[in-house]
Design a protein around this ligand. Structure first.
Ligand SMILES: Nc1ncnc2c1ncn2[C@@H]1O[C@H](COP(=O)(O)OP(=O)(O)OP(=O)(O)O)[C@@H](O)[C@H]1O
Ligand SMILES: [Mg+2]
Length: 340
């Protein structure tokens, strides 16, 4: 089954054609980072406008790469999937309208997908062997969640962040350090050259709860910088390495505590922060030590992309069928994660 998926929940316009949830025939991602960088965050209205400009060329490119012409679209594409939330309302609307239009014109079923399920199943694109149950660790720009996936579409959310998401913490830390946006990749790169033990930032383990809190690490950085302004490149790299270490250890500690407590044997990471090189290594090493299988998507599938939406849609229709009401499909900016 070939699914054409669209993703426009935040600042990436993406379209992808995926066969049977894992064979990626094309994935096109148009990033708006340059537009939002000077504001150190995504400006919703600018994001919607950029999606409007990008959506048609991105879809056309994805179809072309997958060798689908508009005339053989009805034969080659069997369903359309689209992110319906959570995300920015105007941004979501652009993808939803494009998807609805194509579904109506080509008389195709339209599968609504929760963006978090895209991140949750993104490791499945390259690993057909994962089978629930597993612990899903979503670490992105807007979310930090530990979710037990008991079965496809059957979730038990253990904990989430009480304040900043992991990615948000990286972005805000970068701003404090006068580095570029988004902060995650920049801090990650500098951290490789720094000493992770130079500064001992707090690890907010929140014992007795599965929740996270990253604003404490962020405040610890702010307080540190008040007394110790950045001296030179080496000092800056040490701060980045120490900050990254604190975030990675917190995430890893809680995730492995959860798999032990709930007797799980697999962890699947997803979301932009799972592109972090230390977090990837730390989870792999801990996994090896504790005999837990770790699944981490390739870098391209960590941040927002439509291939993960196609993958989640494929799994969803396998379990629930294709009976969705195309016309009534409505994006919801605060869509909760719901069981299928
Ligand atoms: N190498 C990295 N290390 C740490 N963080 C990273 C890295 N690469 C990207 N990020 C972070 O990932 C985030 C973007 O991820 P993603 O696109 O999944 O988030 P989002 O879609 O904006 O949020 P959500 O999925 O919660 O709606 C940014 O905060 C960015 O700083
Ligand atoms: Mg995302």
């Amino acid at each position: 089954m070939n699914i054409l998926a669209l993703e426009t929940s935040c600042d990436e316009t993406s379209a992808s054609v995926v066969s049977n949830g894992s064979k990626v025939k094309s994935v096109v991602i148009s990033s708006q980072i340059k537009i939002h960088a000077k504001y150190f965050g995504v400006v919703p209205e600018l994001a919607s406008r950029a999606h409007i400009e990008n959506i048609n060329p991105v879809i056309a490119k994805a179809l072309k790469k997958a060798s689908v012409t508009f005339s053989d679209f009805p034969k080659k594409i069997h369903a359309i999937a689209v992110t319906v939330g959570p995300g920015l309302s105007g941004a979501l609307l652009v993808g939803a309208i494009a998807a609805k239009t194509m579904a109506t014109v080509y008389k195709k079923p339209l599968i609504p997908v929760n963006h978090l399920e895209g991140h949750l199943y993104s490791a499945f694109i390259e690993n057909k062997s994962i089978k629930p149950p597993f612990l899903g660790v979503i670490i992105s720009g807007g979310h930090t969640e530990l979710i037990i996936v008991e079965d496809f579409g059957k979730y038990k959310t253990l904990g989430r962040t009480r304040d900043d998401a992991a990615g948000e913490a990286f972005d805000k830390a970068a701003k404090m350090l006068s580095l570029e946006y988004p902060g995650g990749p920049v801090i990650d790169k500098r951290a490789e050259k720094g000493n992770p033990n130079a500064i001992k930032f707090t690890r907010p383990y929140l014992k007795g709860s599965w929740d996270f809190s990253f604003s404490g690490i962020k405040t610890a950085l702010l307080n540190y910088l008040k007394v110790n302004p950045v001296k030179n490149e080496r000092h800056l790299n040490d701060i980045c390495a120490s900050f990254r270490q604190a975030v990675a250890e917190t995430l890893c500690f809680k995730a492995f505590e959860a798999v032990e407590k709930f007797s799980l044997k697999q962890i699947a990471l997803g979301g932009g922060v799972s592109a972090n090189s230390l977090i990837r290594n730390m989870f792999m090493q801990e996994g090896k030590k504790n005999k837990i299988k770790i699944f981490i998507p390739s870098l391209i599938y960590c941040t927002d992309n439509a291939a993960m939406i196609a993958c989640a849609a494929y799994l969803k229709q396998k379990k629930c069928g294709l009976n969705y009401n195309n016309i009534q499909l409505k994006p919801d900016p605060s869509l909760p994660l719901e069981n299928w």
